[in-house]
Design a protein around this ligand. Structure first.
Ligand code: PBG
Length: 334
């Protein structure tokens, strides 16, 4: 080993051919470990493309089924569903629209798909925050919000979701959800916790798709009192350990591409599978640069997926999961 760095052309020989590069690769990206987000909205006159994310739509209930049919043909089998109900509220929430969409997908596609339902109140609240506010509307009340999220999770699981994914960032919601699911005899439903979710500027296109941006007239204008501060990674480790203890089956880092250090740290320290959420703004950046002719979108997404795997992610939530089988086949020369 002593002279490893001094041998001429050594590293060049390891890169010299497609075969050699395949042999020495440390990671592999597969469409089988990808999850495709889906958006469905109630009372939408027609499906509409999400700005900045070509190929991703806000669907109507009918177009949602057609989208998933198309996706299955293209090899995408895991989906993360976000539903936006027409009626918004501040306290009592009706999740029947979301439940009806889960039931419709499972009725049509059954075991062919693995369906995770996003559990958060931001698309249901009139003010756009992820939980229930106090009367002064300047604080998200944690215990009440966690209880409301547990009810939502039970509705999703009872409708047939394979997994529920709390993205609200309330403390203790994983325990509340696990207990509620077990009491309802839904012990097979898994929990994928957004355990390390940062208050980020990269959620822009998503909030348009979900109609879930916090109301700018409120004193509480952003999500910094419940989502994480990006100057700190200890919080991500503490909350991920806590969510693991509370019963999460899968943990998550979000955003992902800008948080590779967090992914690497957490996956080294915690032996649970991690999902990396390559979020809407990160995706849209690549598309916007490509639209200006500055880079190749497909090559850039493929490179970003590999970066996430290299940092330790098992699965990737990405808006291009539905293209992954085709793109990766070509990339790997299969
Ligand atoms: C809801 C939620 C958000 C995302 C997923 N679930 C946005 C937010 O916290 O405002 C973002 C996903 C993306 O940008 O792709 N709490």
């Amino acid at each position: 080993m002593q002279n490893l760095l001094l041998q001429p052309l050594k590293q060049r020989r390891q890169r010299a051919s497609r075969h050699m590069r395949d042999l020495v690769a440390e990671i592999h990206v597969s469409h089988r470990q990808m999850i495709q987000p889906l958006f469905v909205a109630e009372n939408l006159p027609a499906r509409a493309e999400v700005p900045g994310i070509p190929g991703t739509h806000r669907d109507t209930p009918d177009s949602l089924l057609r989208q998933v049919e198309f996706d299955l043909k293209n090899g995408a089998t895991k989906f993360l569903l976000f539903a936006s109900p027409a009626a918004k509220s501040t306290r009592e929430f009706d999740h029947s629209f979301l439940a009806s969409q889960i039931a419709a997908l499972k009725k049509q596609f059954g075991e062919d798909i693995w369906l995770v339902a996003d559990v958060c109140l931001c698309a249901s609240t009139a003010h756009g925050h992820c939980g229930i506010l106090n009367d002064a509307m300047d604080h998200v009340v944690n215990p009440e919000s966690a209880a409301a999220l547990a009810e939502m999770a039970v509705d999703c699981a009872a409708a047939g979701a394979d997994c529920v994914a709390p993205s609200d960032m309330m403390d203790g919601r994983v325990a509340a959800i696990r207990t509620a699911l077990d009491h309802a005899d839904l012990d097979c439903t898994a929990i994928m916790s957004y355990s390390a979710k940062f208050a980020s500027a990269f959620y822009g296109p998503f909030r348009i798709a979900q109609d879930s941006a916090p109301d700018k007239k409120l004193k509480l204008q952003d999500r910094k009192t419940y989502q994480m501060d990006f100057r700190r990674t200890d919080d991500a480790l503490i909350c991920s350990l806590r969510d693991a203890e509370e019963g999460a089956d899968i943990l998550m880092v979000k955003p992902a591409v800008h948080y590779l250090d967090v992914l690497a740290r957490l996956t080294t320290e915690i032996p649970l599978p991690f999902a990396a959420y390559y979020v809407s703004g990160e995706h849209a950046m690549v598309e916007a640069a490509a639209a200006q002719g500055l880079l190749d979108a497909r090559a850039a997404h493929i490179e970003n997926w590999h970066a996430l795997r290299r940092a330790g992610a098992r699965m990737i939530i990405t808006y291009a999961a539905r293209y992954a089988r085709e793109w990766l086949r070509e990339f790997y020369g299969e």
